[in-house]
Design a protein around this ligand. Structure first.
Ligand code: SF4
Length: 384
């Protein structure tokens, strides 16, 4: 279970409303010309297919924004065109992110017929007041109805919850988690609430409307979460993601294993290894400018930078140490183009191992649970 895979990410930048915690590239528009958007996404896909001939796709991910607001015809056209441009791995995973409103649930059958075989639902909470606080458009009953419908319609599904909310106690979170686990199957994502720059929540915290949980309380909730999920048979294969064996998100594993992926649509990122070199790509972020550029040039690439070896090493570690499986030592040597002893500063590494944050074994470098909880600080110390 460690081939990095080759993925395709498709960004749909529109939502019905902007959630106050969200810093994704998502926008609210009264009217969307779906025909124009479909044609432009297809053109940008063709552009990147010309850069990466002869490779087999292991996953496609429709993210956003709210891709369940796309017309199923657009999703079908993109999957069909990807199938014409690339080989598909036999077990290709094709995921669509969805919000649990009735309109979107009503399209599940059409999305399945389009080729979607996994959905990831943005449930976020099962508590009415907290859904309101998070600015969500659905209630808990709708969310659970959507989860049931996802289970009936698609082979695989996941849903997200956000915890460590401002006034949440351990007992409240445990009760909510127990309820969620009655509905979970192979995969669930559990994110701690973070306050991102430029969001409505950032302003609310600055005004003093609420305070985030302190680090100690948040750590207590995290540890209880990992323990409860393990008891339910879902391993913490990544910091915020839990799965039964074999049910991990293959697309996200490609990111975390530092594999290659094409990113199309406004603001989408990509990583492409071409020969011995790796490139970081990013598409124009503003939806209307992206659309105009694709119609004019066939793509709206804003950035296409060579990733230097030192950055390849730090990106590999930044992504890979989020995973419980860690990073193969051979990959460290490959990305850094240096033997291990030169790629990583040995005294820094030793100190982090002795401190209980990192571990070496089985030809891998892994972060311990303690290390994964403080990964930014661990990486800063390792790569200093
Ligand atoms: S629905 Fe998702 S992408 Fe859209 S604003 Fe809310 S959190 Fe952001």
């Amino acid at each position: 279970m460690s081939a990095p895979g080759f993925g395709l990410y498709i960004h749909w930048p529109f939502c019905k409303a902007k959630c106050p915690y969200c810093d994704f590239n998502s926008h609210v528009r009264e009217r969307i010309d779906h025909t124009r958007w479909r044609a432009a996404l297809l053109r940008e896909l063709e552009h990147y297919a010309r850069e990466t001939p002869g490779r087999a796709l292991t996953s496609i991910f429709f993210g956003g924004g709210t891709p369940s607001l796309m017309e199923p015809e657009t999703v079908a056209a993109l999957i069909a065109r990807a199938g014409a441009l690339f080989d598909f791995a036999p077990d290709i995973e094709i995921t669509l992110e969805a919000n649990p409103t009735s309109v979107e649930i009503g399209k599940f059958g059409a999305f399945r017929d389009a080729g979607i075989n996994r959905v990831s639902l943005g449930v976020q909470s099962l508590v009415a007041g907290d859904l309101k606080f998070l600015g969500r458009q659905h209630d808990a009953a709708q969310a659970l109805a959507a989860v049931r419908m996802a289970a009936e319609t698609f082979g695989r599904f996941s849903f997200d919850l956000i915890y460590a909310r401002p006034t949440q106690t351990l007992a409240q979170w445990q009760a909510e988690l127990d309820r969620a686990l009655e509905f979970a199957a192979g995969h669930i994502s559990l994110y701690q609430l973070t306050i991102e720059p430029g969001t409505q929540f950032e302003q609310a915290v600055a005004r003093g409307d609420f305070r985030v949980l302190d680090e100690e309380r948040a750590a207590e909730l995290y540890e209880a979460t990992v323990a409860r999920l393990a008891q339910a048979g879902l391993a913490d294969y990544e910091i915020s993601n839990f799965a039964r064996p074999g049910q991990e998100s293959r697309h996200n594993l490609t990111y975390w294993r530092y594999g290659d992926y094409i990113g199309i649509g406004p603001g989408a990122h990509g990583r492409l290894t071409l020969g011995a070199e790796k490139f970081a790509t990013r598409q124009h972020r503003a939806p209307e400018a992206w659309l105009d550029l694709v119609e004019r040039d066939g793509h709206a690439t804003r950035q296409r930078d060579l990733v230097p070896r030192a950055e390849r090493l730090s990106e590999l570690l930044m992504m890979g140490l989020r995973l419980k499986e860690g990073v193969q030592l051979a990959r460290i040597e490959d990305e850094a183009a240096k033997p291990l002893a030169q790629a990583l500063d040995q005294p820094h590494l030793q100190r982090l191992i002795e401190g209980g944050f990192l571990a070496l074994g089985d030809n891998r470098l892994t972060a311990t649970q303690q290390g994964r909880q403080r990964l930014d600080a661990v990486l800063a110390a390792l790569l200093a």
